[in-house]
Design a protein around this ligand. Structure first.
Ligand code: CP
Ligand code: NVA
Length: 311
């Protein structure tokens, strides 16, 4: 049975720590693991646009001895023409793993259910778990630990990044505090799942509409765009609804003096974050962007290892 990675709690706390440790190892020794030697091919499919994910998966697969096959779904038979299940059955005969950025999360579940090779979610409407591996790795590098730290997420808490922060940070034993206006708070289902995980790891989950209390004393501060891919038609309404939720230096001053700032990017300066914060001394966004590469390589190595164990 192949192991898949579709959402942040598809791995246990111990497994998450294993992947993060391997990511640090691979950052120090980039060509030390070659699971795709052959070379084997990894299909990397995009239904949505991307810069970081496209580059980091392509480079990562090559570093691991394989060949990345980038597929823009508009130029394939996927979508209206051929089902996800049939696509999975074609791919599994020829590639070592499938990486897919898509809209509905259910598509990924269908791909995984029909695939004998690992399927990786490289962003869906509901989760962005590869980004969270990079974020946790970056926090680990800068703070030396994860468990017990407070992370504040201010902004659109109903999107894929917020869901992934909730579940991944709870898995890591962190205290996650989200602030979002009404209508943009996470679903009760995801909050309940994260809270249940946090109860086991010693972390905690807090959701409010007050950015000042959410950020107070935080070790890590983060946000994401107010307008995710697919929500472009709501742009004007969203900008109005998120007034007061910009992370600027005033708000940042309520966090710990040595707090770090993360952003998955792309960022919209002047909206979810001010230029002085994202381009300032507390920002570690370029380490975070680089760590996509190392974290995803670790994930691919780990998933191949796990999948082979079952054979
Ligand atoms: N953070 C992230 O996933 O970036 P891309 O959309 O450029 O891949
Ligand atoms: N929430 C954003 C993340 C981009 C990496 C989006 O889905 O567009």
């Amino acid at each position: 049975m192949a192991r898949h990675f579709l959402k942040d709690d598809d791995v246990t706390p111990v497994e998450q720590a294993e992947i993060l440790a391997l990511a640090l190892e691979l950052k120090a020794a980039p060509y030390s693991r070659r699971p795709f030697e052959g070379p084997q091919t990894v299909a990397i499919i995009f239904d949505k646009t991307s810069t970081r994910t496209r580059v980091s998966f392509a480079v990562g697969v090559a570093d691991l001895g394989g060949v990345p096959l980038i597929i823009d779904s508009q130029t394939s038979q996927m979508g209206g023409k051929e089902s996800v299940a049939d696509t999975a059955r074609v791919l599994e005969r020829q590639v070592a793993s499938v990486v897919w950025r898509t809209y509905a999360h259910s598509g990924l579940e269908e791909m995984a259910a029909n695939s004998s090779v690992p399927v990786i979610n490289s962003l869906s409407d509901d989760y962005h778990p590869c980004q969270l591996l990079a974020d946790l790795m970056t926090i680990q590098e800068h703070k030396g630990k994860l468990a017990g730290l407070k992370i504040a997420y201010i902004g659109d808490a109903a999107n894929n990044m917020a869901n992934s922060y909730l579940v991944a940070c709870a898995t890591a034993g962190m205290h996650i505090s989200l602030a979002a206006p009404s209508g943009y708070q996470p679903s009760a289902e995801v909050v309940a799942r994260a809270s249940q995980i946090a109860a086991q790891t010693g972390g905690s989950v807090t959701v409010s509409s007050d950015p000042r209390s959410a950020i107070a004393g935080a070790d890590v501060v983060t946000t994401d765009t107010w307008i995710s891919m697919g929500q472009e038609a709501e742009k004007a309404k969203r900008i109005a609804d998120f007034a007061g939720y910009t992370i600027d230096s005033n708000l940042m001053s309520l966090a710990q003096a040595d707090a770090i700032f993360l952003h998955c990017l792309p960022a919209y300066r002047g909206y979810e974050v001010s230029a002085e914060v994202i381009d300032g001394p507390q920002s570690v966004i370029w380490d975070e962007a680089e760590n996509r590469l190392h974290a995803q390589k670790a994930l691919m190595v780990w998933l191949v290892d796990q999948s082979n164990k079952g054979k």
